[in-house]
Ligand binder design. Sequence first.
Ligand SMILES: [Zn+2]
Ligand SMILES: [Zn+2]
Length: 81
Amino acid sequence: MNCYDCNQEHVERVALGVCHICGAGLCTDHTRETKQSVKINQAFFARVTVDPLQRGLLCLKCGDSMEAKNQAQHSPLKAHN
Ligand SMILES: [Zn+2]
Ligand SMILES: [Zn+2]
């Protein structure tokens, strides 16, 4: 499989990973690595974060979209008007 984004730029480059959202093949230049904490429930409802963090691979577009989504979710609510 070749990198999808390189292909858009008419370049042929072998993909080293796959975006886990859109499924596009990714070369290293078009990959964004994410680190997600994984929490598990333990006794007495204690939430414990597992080490190491979970790795995720995203293309740059899905990475940007994810970032925008996180920012929107974490920004204070605005009045509906
Ligand atoms: Zn590429
Ligand atoms: Zn993607």
